[in-house]
Design a protein around this ligand. Structure first.
Ligand code: F6P
Length: 319
């Protein structure tokens, strides 16, 4: 391989820059040139590529967002999109592609690789909803960002004897909500993977109020319903005055935690190694503390399940 490309796709995640740096420097270490594709598949279709050098990826390991930027491309999804993208890759003499992103980006990579073009992935999404890897790049940072916010909300909640419904990201998955709920000592967590039992939730709140709890926190994953809807459906909050907070996109920003910077560096290097050793349609995954390569298709063929132990823990520890 003489030249490879790297792109970031889908929603940005803290640590994407660390992954781009790791891919670039690992490739250069092996004498391979690197180009960065800007704005994901949209930029690929337009041939929006820039050379990446040792120094151009300097000073980015700690930065949030993605220096390559990202986009969701409708054009790429059309049947002719794949051919146009492959033409651009040929035009720039690119021999292989590293995709840093989530399941949507990986599906795109899979399509690109149908005819044999080498593609490998680095799973990066704050949702952590990629099967095959214990953690995705960005998840740890998002947990910590959300937790910092929840701790501040707790201060005001307890001062006013209030119930707070805090909506966190997670359109289809409750990984972020669950970790935040355990770490913040929330009363309850609502996730898309479990049916909501409003009666039980109200009972819990009443009981908490009765035994003198100054405040209650409900962590709600956005995929269940919006915070204002839940507030409207809670007929009885046990006497708590209630408020809502939607954390929104602040959860996607910020400097990666040490864990995410290390994970992204390891995954970027492992993905590059996979690419140069002829592995195709794989992604770098983190399992039991180690790096491995797993089929890219796991990202959409397998549903990653929430840890039931953590779900029970929220219930058990909030009595
Ligand atoms: O990055 C994943 C995710 O944060 C989801 O949890 C969320 O629903 C979605 O992205 C929001 O994406 P957008 O940036 O398009 O609003």
């Amino acid at each position: 391989m003489k030249r490879i490309a790297v792109l970031t796709g889908g929603g940005d995640a803290p640590g994407m820059n660390a992954a781009v740096r790791a891919v670039t420097r690992s490739a250069i270490f092996k004498g391979i040139e690197v180009v960065g594709i800007r704005r994901g598949y949209e930029g690929l279709l337009e041939g929006d590529m820039i050379p990446l050098t040792k120094s151009s990826v300097g000073g980015i390991i700690h930065r949030g967002g993605t220096i390559l930027r990202t986009a969701r491309s409708e054009r790429f999804r059309r049947p002719e999109g794949i051919n146009e993208a492959l033409q651009q890759l040929r035009r720039f003499d690119v021999d292989g592609l590293v995709i840093v992103g989530g399941d949507g980006s990986f599906r795109g990579g899979w399509e690109l690789s149908q005819g044999g073009f080498p593609v490998v992935g680095v799973p990066a999404t704050i949702d952590n909803d990629i099967a095959g890897t214990d953690m995705t790049v960005g998840f740890d940072t998002a947990i910590n960002t959300a937790l910092e916010a929840v701790k501040k909300i707790r201060d005001t909640a307890s001062s006013h004897d209030r119930l707070f419904i805090i909506e966190v990201m997670g359109r289809e998955a409750g990984f972020l909500a669950l970790e935040v709920a355990v770490a913040s000592g929330a009363e309850s967590v609502l996730v898309p993977e479990r049916a909501v039992d409003l009666g039980r939730l109200c009972d819990k709140l009443r009981y908490a109020r009765k035994r003198g709890k100054t405040h209650s926190l409900i962590i709600l994953a956005e995929g269940v319903m919006a915070a204002h809807e839940l507030a409207g459906q809670l007929m009885d909050t046990g006497g708590y005055d209630s408020r809502i907070t939607v954390l929104g996109h602040l959860q996607r920003g910020g400097s990666p935690t040490a864990f995410d910077a290390v994970l992204a560096s390891r995954m970027g290097a492992a993905a590059l190694e996979g690419l140069v050793t002829g592995r195709k349609r794989v992604m770098a995954v983190y399992r039991h503390g180690g790096m491995e390569l797993a089929p890219l298709s796991l990202a959409w063929e397998q549903k990653k399940s929430l840890n039931p132990e953590l779900l029970d823990l929220v219930e058990k520890l909030s009595i």
